[in-house]
Design a protein around this ligand. Structure first.
Ligand code: UD1
Ligand code: UDP
Length: 361
């Protein structure tokens, strides 16, 4: 059996890494196809280094562009690879344009598709990610849902239950596999002059937040207020998209907010684990905060990770709310919670299922 692992962005590299390790461990014939959606060193190569992943067999180098340009280039490139190096199963993860192109290319060639992290829904179709994940779910053969809740969403859309497997999320595997290595090899906090529990960590990169001046300035104004209330620094490893838009809109960085370059996974785990609280619009950070026991305020109007809110780890600030008030509420609560995303064996369960389905097909 041959598996093609298709990835293209920072979170896909991180969340696919446990699956790559599992294939290596079991000696399964597999290869990595990188679309090149992310390409800057700190968005791409640093993760291959930190996670000790092999160089992808194929890299399409599609780079940035409009959704149509980017997805179109990927579709064409992925199809060429799949024809020449045909796998029995291809895996895509999450909700990026890479996922849409990978799933679409595979489905036209009648290659069996596994969608890792299936069944997430924000119920907001203005988000490009929502469209990508809905389409990927509906053309996939194996839907690896992280929770029972995501399975319910898929069943409600008419997807047959035989196709759905609840595995947990591979992000738990990634955190567990790398946390100890990170603690032993990195001194990220001392390098940045930070003390555990005495700073906030933030990331903002989602189109709906970065591409509207009013929205991005509201977020920065919220950071200003947080600093006035807590007098603790807000560390902001900024996605290149956000840096570009802050420049384009000529926005000022408020006192207390420290923008730094994005960092690799081992450093980032340290930053997350030591933070008093995380402020983010990232899906991965909502999950990792929940896994690491760090509360989160989500800088969006909705989330496709409601499990984090249900257990009390996360709160949705919404864009019209007072962000600082949400931070006060979450830091005052002092509650603990159970991680709803599984026990760190999602990759094993996923690959076991694929092997089982191939044998009994
Ligand atoms: C993409 C995903 C988003 C995911 C995010 C992870 C889609 C529609 N969006 O958003 O779901 O949460 O990745 O980080 O697939 N850029 C660089 N270097 C890079 C990559 C991007 O400078 O390596 C800049 C370019 O100016 C580019 C912009 O960032 O135009 C946006 O990149 P793109 O891949 O289109 O979307 P993301 O915002 O990264
Ligand atoms: N991340 C990282 N360095 C950073 C910012 C994020 O390693 O400077 C990791 C983070 O731990 C998480 C993933 O990147 O696993 C989240 O990626 P992103 O927020 O870009 O995408 P999303 O999860 O929203 O799709």
């Amino acid at each position: 059996m041959k598996i093609a692992i298709i990835l293209g962005t920072r979170p896909e590299i991180i969340k696919m890494s446990p699956l790559i390790r599992e294939c290596e461990k079991l000696g399964i014939d597999h290869y990595i196809l990188h679309t090149g959606q992310h390409y800057s060193f700190e968005m791409d190569k640093v993760f291959f280094d930190d996670l000790k992943l092999p160089v992808p067999r194929y890299n399409l180098d599609v780079g940035s562009g409009t959704h149509g340009q980017q997805t179109g280039r990927m579709l064409q490139g992925i199809e060429e690879v799949l024809i020449k190096d045909r796998p029995d199963v291809l895996l895509v993860q999450g909700d990026t344009n890479t996922v849409l192109a990978g799933a679409l290319a595979g489905s036209k060639l009648n290659i069996r598709i596994g969608h890792v992290e299936a069944g997430l829904r924000s119920f907001d179709r203005t988000m490009p990610e929502e469209i990508n994940r809905i389409i990927a779910d509906h053309i996939s053969d194996y839907l690896f849902a992280p929770t029972e809740n995501s399975k319910e969403y898929l069943l409600a859309e008419g997807i047959p239950k035989e196709k759905i497997f609840v595995t947990g999320n591979t992000v738990v595997d990634a955190v567990y596999q790398n946390l100890e290595i990170s603690k032993q090899t990195r001194h990220t906090l001392s390098k940045l002059n930070l003390k555990e529990g005495e700073y906030f960590l933030t990331t903002v990169h989602r189109a709906e937040n970065t591409d509207k001046k009013e929205r991005l300035s509201r977020i920065l104004a919220g950071f200003e207020q947080i600093y006035q209330t807590f007098r603790l620094p807000i560390i902001f490893p900024a996605h290149p998209r956000t840096v570009k838009m802050i420049k384009e809109f000529d926005l000022e960085i408020p006192e207390g907010t420290k923008i730094i370059n994005p960092v690799g996974y081992l450093d980032f785990l340290q930053l997350e684990g030591g933070a008093k609280l995380i402020l983010t619009d990232s899906g991965g950070l909502q999950e990792e905060g929940c896994i690491l026991g760090v509360p989160c305020v989500t800088l969006r109007d909705n989330t496709e990770r409601p499990e984090t809110v249900d257990v009390g780890a996360n709160i949705i600030a919404g864009m019209n709310g007072n962000i600082a008030k949400f931070v006060e509420r979450m830091t005052a609560s002092g509650i603990s919670w159970d991680n709803p995303y599984g026990s760190g064996d999602a990759a094993k369960l996923t690959i076991d299922r694929i092997i089982g389905c191939q044998i009994y097909r």
